[in-house]
Each structure stands twice: as structure tokens, then as C-alpha cells.
Design a protein around this ligand. Structure first.
Ligand code: B12
Length: 346
């Protein structure tokens, strides 16, 4: 299936708020956590820089590539001690070796390959698929990706479970959901890379919380999987902000899917739900210039201590009105009207 638009499947259903969630301003980082934040992450991310450049290796990359190795260990430890989560994250990091690329290249049109790759991914746990031409700005400095295409895979959230974030030692539902989304991303990205290789084309998989060399949100936006939200995560018209991403890069000839504008950016400019829900107050009200692009930006120095202490957090994406299945269809209708578009399916 390929009609030039990112493809998606249905998600699991609704819910309400989580009383365990602290509100903005009620959180103070522990001194021992702050002590591990030795340098600000905002200059590393290029906050205030007006020229386009590739992102610098950052959190989740190997500790010798950035200054937050010990904080990563704190974050990993706090997320793994929650009930159920350790197994989920083991699955997220477990994958087979990719087989050699088949010696004979199958010949087909880019449209046929794009349609087959999309169908394959949707049949193997992807909730959505977008295809974008590779751009050097998607690749972290110090890494090389040679393949000219990136297939972005969306992993659908289960809102009933996601809304339980943040987790702790008594309730691991939210972080286990996160680990299981990543595990699905690992399985489908390796399965797709394997399938592409069996047709004689190179393919690499980029799953997990880190996705290694590949920055995932920009190609997800380019390929029509959604718009950037004020909370720094992608908002998708079918899943809201709760989806997670994985990537497959390939030299199989493909066709790009189109960007999708449904009004999330405009909505974020007046919505304050995530800014008010974020305990450390890390989400900025206004767009800022980051590496040559004016866009929503989350303050890393404020976000990461709470993230590290709170088993992956995720409050901003769970609270986002677009993530709530009961609210999203109304927002789509309202924003379509405001943008002068025909109302579209949720
Ligand atoms: C490092 C990282 C983090 C760090 C730092 C995040 C930060 N804001 O500083 C920490 C550990 C704190 C973190 C936290 C979270 N993360 Co995180 N994180 C990443 C990771 C590995 C790399 C991103 C990065 O290096 N950011 C630092 C620099 C590059 O940030 P930046 O310049 O501000 O760019 C960000 C966005 O603006 C956008 N972006 C970058 N360039 C451009 C260019 C344009 C033109 C536009 C429009 C946007 C854009 O992408 C970046 C995402 O951080 C990605 C996976 C990947 N490989 O992409 C996941 C990823 C972005 N995280 C993700 C998620 C879900 C989260 C959390 C909600 C955690 C959770 N457990 O659920 C929180 C949300 C925090 C927040 N509000 O930003 C998802 C987002 C899914 C989505 N719906 O978009 C990703 C894609 C992981 C995945 N495989 O799905 N994360």
C-alpha cells in the first residue's frame, strides 16, 4: 500500500489523568543528580545558533561521545527497577545479526518497492510508515550513513498504559509500555532491514531509545508522520505524541511520502497543557532558534534530572491533548477548519 502518504493502523483505546503526577514547580532535583550535570546540554544542541548544522552526539550515545555518561546510568537504573520494565527493555535491546545482502538484486519500480516495504512493516508491528530521502542533517556528527533513503516506523502507543507515567518501584505500567514500544521497534526495524537485504539491497536498522546515528524526528516530519509539538516530540494525527519511532536506512529505490500538516503547530502556540504539566518546567512557551531553525525546544538541563530520577518520565507526551483518543478527533476537526482544510479522519 503506497499512495504518497504516510500509512497508519488503529490504536488501543482511551482514558483519563494520573493522580500520581506532580505538577509544575513541585520538583527539585536531588543534589547528587545535579552534580552529574557538569555542563549545559543546550549549547551542545545548538540553542541560539543561526547556522544549520548536524546534531552533536548526545544523551544515549556511548559515554565517550558526550558528557552525560553517569547520568545515563542513573536514568537506566531508575527505569529498570520498575515492575515489568527490565524484561521489556531487554527485548528492546535484543536483535539478531542482519544477514548478508543477497547477491542478486530484484528489479521493480520505486513505487512497487515502497508499497511492499510499507505493507511489510505494517504487517510486522509498525503502526505507521513514512519514507524520506536521507539528509545529512539527520545524521549525528561523527557518524556516516551511506544509504539514500530512510524509512521511519511509528510504534503505536497504548494510551491506557502510557497515561500511568511516571513509573516508580510500585507502578511500572508506564515505563513497561515504553520498553514494549521500543521492543516492537527493534523487531520491526530488523525484520524490515532483513527483508530488504533478501532482495539484494543494503539496509540498516536504527531502533531503541537512542537509534544511534540517526536523528528520528526530522525525517518523521519530512515523511508525513506528524508535526513537532511544543514538548519537542512528534505529534501524529492518528496517535498523538505517544508514538515512538525507529528507522531503517536503505539503498532500495523508494518513493517519498508527503509531509502532513494538520494544525498541531498552530495548536501548540496557545496550548499550555504540557508546559504546566512538566514538573521541572523544561518546556518553553516560545519557539527558539536551534541549529538554524526556529522551532519548539525543550531545555535539556531542566528536563534531564527529572527524566533520570523518574523512570523515563514521558508526562509531556501522555498529557498532550493530541495523545488523548477522546480529544484528538475534535482537535483534528477544529484545526482543519482553522487551516481551511476539509475535515479528515482521526
Ligand atoms: C537524546 C534524547 C533524549 C534526551 C534529551 C531530549 C532533549 N529534549 O534534550 C532525553 C533523555 C532527556 C530525552 C527525553 C525524552 N525523549 Co528522547 N530522545 C533522544 C534521542 C536519543 C536523540 C535526540 C537528541 O539528540 N536530541 C538532542 C538535540 C538533537 O535536540 P534538538 O536539537 O532539540 O532536537 C529535538 C527536536 O527538536 C527534534 N528536531 C531536531 N532537529 C530538528 C529539526 C527540525 C527542522 C525540526 C522541526 C525538529 C527537529 O528532534 C530532537 C528530539 O530530541 C531521540 C532518538 C533519536 N535518535 O532521534 C529520542 C526521542 C526524540 N525521544 C523520545 C521520547 C518519547 C522522549 C521522552 C518523552 C521520554 C519517554 N520516556 O517517553 C522524553 C521527552 C523529553 C522532551 N520533552 O524533549 C522519542 C520521541 C517520539 C516522538 N513522539 O517524537 C525519540 C524519537 C525516541 C524514539 N525512538 O522514539 N530524550
Amino acid at each position: 500500500m503506497s499512495n504518497g502518504q504516510a500509512a497508519v493502523q488503529d490504536e488501543a483505546k482511551p482514558a483519563s489523568g494520573n493522580p500520581r503526577r506532580p505538577g509544575r514547580g513541585s520538583y527539585k532535583p536531588r543534589p547528587e543528580t545535579l552534580a552529574l550535570l557538569r555542563v549545559s546540554g543546550n549549547p551542545i544542541n545548538g540553542l541560539g545558533e543561526t547556522a544549520l548544522r548536524r546534531p552533536s552526539p548526545f544523551f544515549w550515545h556511548p559515554p565517550d561521545k558526550h558528557p552525560y555518561g553517569e547520568l545515563q546510568t542513573v536514568a537506566r537504573t531508575s527505569s529498570r527497577k520498575c515492575p515489568g520494565s527490565a524484561q521489556a527493555f531487554v527485548a528492546a535491546y535484543t536483535h539478531p545479526e542482519l544477514p548478508p545482502v543477497a547477491a542478486v538484486r530484484r528489479q521493480a519500480s520505486p513505487e512497487e518497492f515502497a508499497a511492499e516495504a510499507t505493507d511489510f512493516a505494517l504487517a510486522h508491528e509498525a503502526g505507521g510508515v513514512g519514507i524520506a530521502p536521507m539528509d545529512p542533517l539527520y545524521v549525528f556528527e561523527g557518524y556516516t550513513i551511506d544509504e539514500p533513503w530512510v524509512i521511519v516506523l511509528a510504534l503505536a502507543p497504548n494510551y491506557e498504559r502510557l497515561k500511568e507515567v511516571p513509573s516508580d518501584e510500585t507502578n511500572g505500567i508506564g515505563v513497561t509500555e515504553i520498553g514494549e514500544q521500543y521492543a516492537r521497534g527493534t523487531r520491526v526495524s530488523f525484520a524490515l532491514a532483513n527483508w530488504i537485504r533478501s532482495h539484494g539491497y543494503n539496509a540498516q536498522a536504527y531502533p531503541g531509545p537512542s537509534a544511534s546515528a540517526l536523528l528520528l524526528i526530522p525525517p518523521a516530519i519530512a515523511s508525513g508522520l506528524g508535526e513537532l509539538g511544543k514538548h519537542g516530540s512528534l505529534i501524529n494525527r492518528h496517535y498523538g505524541a505517544g508514538l515512538r519511532l525507529a528507522g531503517v536506512t536503505t539503498d532500495m529505490p523508494l518513493v517519498a511520502t508527503k509531509p502532513d500538516r494538520f494544525g498541531a503547530d498552530e495548536f501548540c502556540s496557545t496550548c499550555q497543557v504540557c508546559t504546566n504539566a512538566c514538573p521541572p518546567g523544561a518546556i518553553n512557551e516560545q519557539k527558539q532558534v536551534v541549529r538554524g531553525v526556529e522551532r519548539w525546544y525543550v531545555d535539556f538541563d531542566k528536563c534531564v534530572p527529572f527524566f533520570a530520577e523518574s523512570a523515563s518520565c514521558g508526562i509531556c507526551i501522555a498529557e498532550c491533548p493530541w495523545t488523548r483518543p477522546s480529544v484528538r478527533p475534535k482537535l483534528l476537526t477544529t484545526m482543519a477548519r482553522r487551516l481551511g482544510q476539509a475535515p479528515s479522519e482521526s
